[in-house]
Write a protein that binds this ligand. Structure first.
Ligand SMILES: Cc1cc2nc3c(=O)[nH]c(=O)nc-3n(C[C@H](O)[C@H](O)[C@H](O)COP(=O)(O)OP(=O)(O)OC[C@H]3O[C@@H](n4cnc5c(N)ncnc54)[C@H](O)[C@@H]3O)c2cc1C
Length: 471
C-alpha cells in the first residue's frame, strides 16, 4: 500500500491545493502535517502576535474537517529539518509532497529537508501553488525575467489568454486520507501554551470559511474597485491579503473571481494580483533584495534620519495626521490600506530620511498579511531603490495625499480622535490653526496632538540631494 505525507506550510486549506491533490492521487493513504517552525517563531518577539491566532483558527478548522473524514491533522512544534524526516520515517511513507515557497529561508530549509529525505530513500515532490506563474513562465523575448511591471503584466495576460483563460483547480478528494492518529491531534493539546504564544483578539477570523465569504462579498462590489480602491475610508478593497498570505484560499480562487466579469474593476484587481506574482518572481530570482537595494548603487545612500523620528513614526506621533492615522491603524489592527502603505513608506524614507529597511522590518512585525516578497517590493518601490520603482524625484507630499485620498478626514477622525472636531479642511493641517480654532476643536496642538516633527519642504530638498549624491 502506498502512503504519502503532505506537508502544509503557508497553504492552510483543504481545497484547490496542488501538493495535497497530487499526494491524494498517488497513494492509498495520505497524512497531513503542519509544523510550527521554531526557526520562524523564535524570531517573533511579541507573544501576542496576532498571526499565530490566525494560523490556529485555520488549523482548527482544517482539523475539524479532517476529523469528519475519519482522519486528523498532525501538528508539531520544532525544526522542520529534523521533524519532517523523522515523521516521514515513523509513518513509513513513500513520498513527501509540498508546495514551493520562494522566500530565501524557506528555499534553504526545503532543500535541506529534501536532501535528508532522499538519503532515507523517500521521494520528494514540490509544486507550484502559491503563485499563478513562476519565474520560468513569463519571460522576455530573450528568455529573461521582466524587470518592468507593465510588459510583464502584458505577457502574463498573453499567456493566460493563450490557455483560454482557464484557471486549473486541484481537486482534493478527502476520502483517501490516512486514519485518525489520536496522539497527534491538535485539539488534544493546548498549542498556545506549548508554543508560548497567547490567543489574541484579531480583526478577522482565520480559515477558509471566512476567506470564502469575504471573497464572495467582495465579488459583489468588484466592479467599483477601480474608482474606489484608493480611498481608505471606503474599505472597497478585498481585504483578502491575510487569507491569501496563509493560503486559506488559493490564488486560483481569486483569479477565478477576477475573470468572472470583464469590467474595469475586475481587470484592475487582476492587475494587483499580477503585481503579487511579479514580486514573488523578483524575490525568487534576486534573493539579495531581502537585505539589499535591488538597484545596487543605492546601497551607498547615507540615510541621515533620526532614531527618535523613527520611534514617533512607529507610534503615530509625527504631527502629520494621515501618517499618524495610518500607523495607529496598523498598530491596532495589523492592517493598513495600500494607499496609506505608500504614503507612510514614502514619508519614512523621503521625508524622515530613514533607511527603508527599518520600515520594512516594522511592517514585518505588525502586518497580518506580511509577505516578504510583497512587503520588500512595496518598500523598495516607495524608496525608489527597487525593481521598477518610482523615480527618486517623485516624492509624495503627505499634505496633498491627505487632502486627496481622505478628503473629508473620515479616516483621520477614526484613528486620531483628538482631531475629530477640526473642520474637513483643517483636519489635514491642525498645526496651522489658531488658538481660538484649537479651543473650539478641544485640541491644543503641541499638547493634545504634536506639531509636525519636520518641515516637508526642507526634508524634500535633503532627500533629493541624498539621492543625487549617488546618481
Ligand atoms: C510599503 C508596502 C508594503 C506592503 N506589504 C505587503 C505585505 O507584506 N503583504 C501583502 O500581501 N501586500 C503588501 N503590500 C501590497 C498591498 O498594500 C496589499 O497587498 C494590500 O493593501 C492588501 O489589501 P487587499 O487584500 O484589500 O488588497 P486588494 O487591493 O484587494 O488586492 C488583492 C490582492 O492582490 C495582492 N496585491 C495587491 N496589491 C499588491 C501589491 N502592490 N504588491 C503585491 N501584491 C499586491 C494582495 O495579495 C491582495 O490581497 C505592500 C505595499 C506597500 C506599498
Amino acid at each position: 500500500m502506498k502512503r504519502n505525507l503532505c506537508w502544509i506550510r503557508r497553504d492552510l486549506r483543504l481545497h484547490d491545493h496542488h501538493a495535497l491533490s497530487m499526494a491524494l492521487k498517488n497513494a492509498e493513504e495520505t497524512f497531513l502535517v503542519f509544523i510550527f517552525d521554531t526557526n520562524i517563531l523564535d524570531k517573533l518577539s511579541d507573544k501576542n502576535d496576532k498571526r499565530i491566532t490566525l494560523i490556529m483558527d485555520a488549523l482548527l478548522e482544517m482539523e475539524k474537517t479532517l476529523n469528519e473524514h475519519g482522519s486528523s491533522l498532525i501538528v508539531k512544534y520544532g525544526d522542520p529539518k529534523i521533524e519532517i524526516p523523522a515523521l516521514a520515517r515513523e509513518l513509513q511513507v513513500d513520498a513527501v509532497f509540498f508546495n514551493r515557497d520562494y522566500e530565501p529561508y524557506a528555499k534553504e530549509r526545503d532543500a535541506h529537508v529534501e536532501k535528508k529525505l532522499r538519503a532515507l530513500g523517500i521521494d520528494v515532490h514540490q509544486f507550484k501553488d502559491h503563485v499563478f506563474y513562476e519565474k520560468n513562465e513569463v519571460l522576455t523575448g530573450q528568455r529573461e525575467i521582466y524587470k518592468v511591471f507593465t510588459p510583464y503584466k502584458n505577457k502574463w495576460l498573453e499567456h493566460f489568454r493563450a490557455q483560454d483563460s482557464i484557471v486549473p483547480e486541484y481537486k482534493c478528494p478527502l476520502k483517501k486520507l490516512a486514519p485518525f492518529k489520536n496522539q497527534h491531534s491538535l485539539l488534544q493539546k493546548d498549542w498556545f501554551k506549548e508554543t508560548g504564544f497567547n490567543k489574541t483578539e484579531v480583526l478577522i477570523t482565520g480559515g477558509t470559511t471566512p476567506a470564502r465569504s469575504r471573497l464572495k462579498n467582495f465579488s459583489k462590489s468588484i466592479n467599483r474597485y477601480k474608482e474606489a480602491r484608493d480611498i481608505p475610508s471606503l474599505n472597497m478593497t478585498s481585504l483578502l491579503s491575510p487569507y491569501i498570505r496563509f493560503g486559506n484560499i488559493s490564488i486560483r480562487d481569486m483569479i477565478r473571481t477576477a475573470v468572472q466579469s470583464n469590467d474595469e474593476g475586475s481587470l484592475t484587481w487582476l492587475s494587483e494580483i499580477i503585481w503579487r506574482d511579479f514580486y514573488q518572481v523578483i524575490l525568487d530570482v534576486y534573493p539579495k533584495v531581502e537585505n539589499h537595494c535591488f538597484k545596487t548603487e543605492y546601497d551607498r545612500i547615507k540615510w541621515t534620519g533620526k532614531k527618535e523620528h523613527f520611534q514617533l513614526w512607529c507610534e503615530g506621533q509625527t504631527g502629520f495626521p494621515i501618517v499618524d492615522a495610518a500607523m495607529r491603524c496598523l498598530n491596532e489592527t495589523g492592517f493598513m490600506h495600500n494607499r496609506l502603505r505608500m504614503v507612510v513608506a514614502s514619508f519614512l524614507t523621503k521625508t524622515l530620511l530613514i533607511d527603508w529597511r527599518f520600515g520594512e522590518r516594522y511592517f514585518a512585525e505588525k502586518l497580518l498579511d506580511y509577505d516578504m516578497a510583497a512587503n520588500n517590493g512595496g518598500w523598495q518601490w516607495s524608496a525608489s531603490t527597487g525593481v521598477d520603482a518610482q523615480p527618486y524625484f517623485r516624492i509624495f507630499n503627505p499634505w496633498n495625499q491627505s487632502e486627496k485620498f481622505d478628503e473629508e478626514g473620515k479616516f483621520i477622525r477614526e484613528w486620531c480622535p483628538e482631531l475629530k472636531e477640526f473642520s474637513n479642511k483643517k483636519i489635514h493641517y491642525p498645526h496651522e490653526t489658531d488658538m481660538v480654532e484649537q479651543a473650539q476643536a478641544k485640541c491644543v496642538i503641541g499638547k493634545n496632538y504634536p506639531f509636525p516633527i519636520v518641515s516637508y519642504k526642507v526634508q524634500k530638498e535633503k532627500a533629493l540631494a541624498m539621492f543625487k549624491a549617488i546618481s
